[in-house]
Design a protein around this ligand. Structure first.
Ligand code: FMN
Length: 226
């Protein structure tokens, strides 16, 4: 047992886990299941979701104004708020993040208070390629960091995942241990931040922008936790 595994129970820490793929045989879904299992074994309360829970049409400002938010965005908003942290297993599409995930982030970013702000996130990926989809995760950091999410510095990308995953497990023991240790290290940080929040401020999208312009997107002050 490592030092990290020996940490006290994280029963109070709630973690949302999902894969940004709709495919039945998704490699990222398999990795999400392993992440959920490692987080549960590490003492967190896990909310394992499916991308189908968050299905949304293409973002349309007129739909938002006229009809409000689609059910999928409402579901993600509620589950983000119900959890302290999130883990996303995201495929890499054309050297970047999948469009369906960016579209979901865009819809969900429109809620106020903006629900990604201040939440801790861990990004993982699986791909048949030798880079494991890691470029997609770098691109995914940008919208999340823009939205004030605290994205964990390490990212786990499983290369040649169609071979590395055997019967739903990471077959190589060293790789498997690295993956599980990354999950547990992330939980330790998220748990510490839950009890000792370091940054308290209302989210302002463009900090130096002239206040009051149409570009001004700001969370209400009451969103700051006491
Ligand atoms: C439109 C599209 C673009 C892709 N681009 C990349 C890519 O840039 N890099 C990569 O490693 N794999 C790429 N792939 C392959 C995916 O990594 C592979 O299909 C993977 O299994 C998708 O994730 P999933 O199994 O979780 O659905 C692409 C696949 C699709 C459908």
């Amino acid at each position: 047992m490592t030092d990290i595994e020996a940490a006290p129970s994280r029963g109070m820490l709630k973690v949302l886990v999902f894969a940004a793929s709709l495919r039945a045989e998704s490699l990222n879904q398999k990795l999400a299941v392993l992440a959920a299992r490692a987080a549960g074994a590490g003492g967190a309360t896990v909310d394992l979701a499916s991308m189908r829970d968050f299905d949304v049409p293409s973002y349309d400002g007129d739909v938002e104004t006229g009809r409000g938010f689609p059910a999928g965005a409402q579901a993600l908003e509620q589950r983000l708020r119900a959890n302290d942290a999130f883990i996303i297993a995201a495929p890499e599409y054309n050297g970047s993040m999948p469009g369906l995930l960016k579209n979901l982030i865009d819809w969900t970013s429109r809620f106020r208070p903006q629900p990604f702000d201040g939440r801790h996130g861990l990004l993982v990926s699986a791909s048949p390629s030798m880079a494991g989809g890691n470029r997609g995760l770098w691109s995914l950091r940008v919208p999340f960091e823009h939205l004030g999410a605290r994205i964990y510095p390490d990212m786990f990308s499983l290369a040649a995942a169609h071979k590395a995953l055997v019967d739903g497990e990471i077959a190589d023991g060293t790789l498997r241990a690295r993956f599980e240790k990354t999950i547990l290290a992330f939980l330790s940080l998220a748990e510490a931040a839950k009890h000792y929040p370091c940054i308290r401020r209302a989210w302002v999208e463009f900090l130096g922008e002239t206040p009051g312009t149409p570009a001004d997107r700001v969370d209400p002050v009451e969103a700051i936790p006491a």
